[in-house]
Design a protein around this ligand. Structure first.
Ligand code: NAD
Length: 458
């Protein structure tokens, strides 16, 4: 949607005026968002520290310094653009207390749109019997899980657009494996990702040649690309260097052509529920490019009715577009592994509604929850081909759909999250861009919410 047609968040705009300040009205922050060439961090140095022998603090400090930020190891007088605390080796309550002693002064100094990033151990990683976080060590498992409560709570306490997220790792996850995720979560690209815990496994991913164009040379299929979030995904992936295959129904041909033209990509008119849709899609990418590196399953529809009044057409249409088509295309991809690029990625667009449920949307919520199940089931199968499959679950996103909501519903939707505003289509797109990188190969089977830490389904 062109910015001129974006629904205005009038309350947020007003809350940033002089009058609102004089009246003492709470300020709704304007989030820092990514634009090419922008530094990774702004607004002060980054505090990077570890409790115990965390193996991530040093490489992350080097990464942050490489991106032009000053790194400090203790909180001083200056505002901090980011606080990164490596807690991957903590296993006792006294080590947890040490973390609190570092975090408390640090969060007081977090700059507007600052980033708090914790790294923690996967709670109860039973694969390594002799490790201190094995299921047998109740204190260590409890402490690992305690971090989950800590990060989700501090995310609710931060103000001025600052976010808190956590990366949890296996005992054999390397610093290289977490790099793309750390870069994303520290950057302005993750503006609306808040209160999330992302597991990064032990796969050794490809490095990124150019962090400014991390998708350079990659062929990306985006379904439902003619408008809304899908169009933003196509724009964002193209900005990051991908070659776009924009897919949508023939009836959306005009919008589709516009997206293909402005991204320098190609348009494929295709109803993804057609019986030959998967074979046509695969034949198209094979003929044009010989491979596909990224498939974004974004196309989705709603046909709302209370379950008591649900007819078969509404149920079937929603399940077919939102879930059935994704299942069929994913199976076709797995049946043609030669067509998958060396670091292929599949990203599915789920929804907060698939996690929280929503009145009048049993069909939609079933389809979006089904996506989460599908992603978990297919992750090991895609991994066999060096590929991954993940989902993003958007919360309240400012689109034409949300603009049409009655004012009361729209205002409620916008405010019930830690950032007290709706997200933008680009926020979903940036998250997909991160998961779509070759260097994100250690992130697999994850569901990342793009919801400003919505209270719904939390
Ligand atoms: P939208 O209706 O603006 O766009 C969806 C696109 O999918 C349209 O261009 C449509 O033509 C296309 N499409 C529908 N059926 C298709 C089919 N059979 N084959 C090919 N293309 C088809 O929707 P949006 O708001 O941009 O949502 C995009 C995705 O994000 C959807 O999966 C939606 O469920 C999800 N989502 C949106 C929000 C939100 O706040 N807007 C929140 C959570 C999740």
């Amino acid at each position: 949607m062109p910015p001129s047609k974006m629904p205005a968040d009038t309350l947020r705009n007003w809350s940033n005026t002089g009058l609102a300040r004089r009246l003492g009205a709470p300020r709704i922050p304007v989030l820092r968002r990514y634009s090419p060439g922008q530094p990774l961090l702004e607004g002060g140095p980054a505090l990077v520290a570890a409790v115990g022998d965390g193996r991530f603090a040093k490489p992350i400090a080097a990464l942050v310094a490489e991106h032009g930020a000053t790194v400090v190891t203790e909180t001083g007088d200056e505002k901090l653009a980011a606080v990164v605390l490596d807690l991957t080796e903590i296993a006792t309550l006294s080590e947890l207390a040490e973390a609190q002693r570092i975090l408390t002064p640090a969060v007081r100094k977090l700059a507007p749109s600052g980033r708090l990033l914790l790294l923690g151990p996967v709670s109860g990683d039973g694969r390594h019997g002799d490790h201190r976080h094995s299921q047998g060590n109740a204190e260590a498992v409890a402490v690992a899980q305690a971090l989950d409560g800590l990060v989700r709570s501090v995310a609710k306490e931060l103000r001025a657009g600052a976010t808190a997220n956590m990366v949890v790792v296996d005992v054999d996850t390397t610093p290289a494996a977490v790099e793309s995720t750390v870069r994303f979560l520290l950057s302005a690209r993750s503006a609306y990702v808040d209160g999330q815990v992302v597991h990064v496994g032990a796969a050794e991913p490809a490095g990124v040649a150019d962090p400014q164009r991390p998708l350079a040379g990659r062929v990306a299929v985006v379904t439902g690309a003619a408008r809304g979030i899908g169009a933003a995904i196509a724009d964002t992936l193209a900005r990051d260097g991908a070659t776009i295959v924009a897919v949508d129904v023939p009836a959306a041909g005009e919008g589709l052509a516009a997206v293909a033209n402005r991204t320098g990509g190609t348009a494929l008119q295709l109803d993804i529920t057609a019986s030959d849709a998967a074979s046509r899609l695969l034949a198209f990418v094979e003929e044009r490019f010989g491979r596909v590196d990224l498939v974004v399953h974004n196309a989705g529809i709603t046909r709302d009715k209370l379950l008591a009044n649900m007819d078969a057409e509404r149920w079937d249409a929603v399940l077919a577009v939102n879930l059935g088509a994704q299942l069929t295309i994913n199976e076709a991809l797995l049946a043609a592994p030669d067509l998958l690029g060396p670091d292929a990625r599949v990203v599915c667009v789920s929804s907060q509604t698939g996690i929280a449920g929503n009145r009048g949307q049993t069909n939609y919520a079933a389809s979006k929850a089904g996506i989460i199940g599908m992603v978990r089931a297919l992750a090991p199968r895609f991994a066999e081909h060096g590929a991954t499959i993940n989902a993003v679950a958007p919360g309240f996103i400012e689109t034409e759909m949300t603009a049409r909501m009655p004012l009361g519903t729209r205002e409620a939707g916008r405010r019930v999250n830690s950032l007290r505003q709706g997200g933008l289509p680009v926020d979903v797109a940036e998250t997909i861009g991160w998961l779509g990188q070759a260097s994100s190969g250690a992130v697999n089977g994850q569901v990342v919410r793009v919801c400003g830490q919505s209270m719904l389904g939390a």
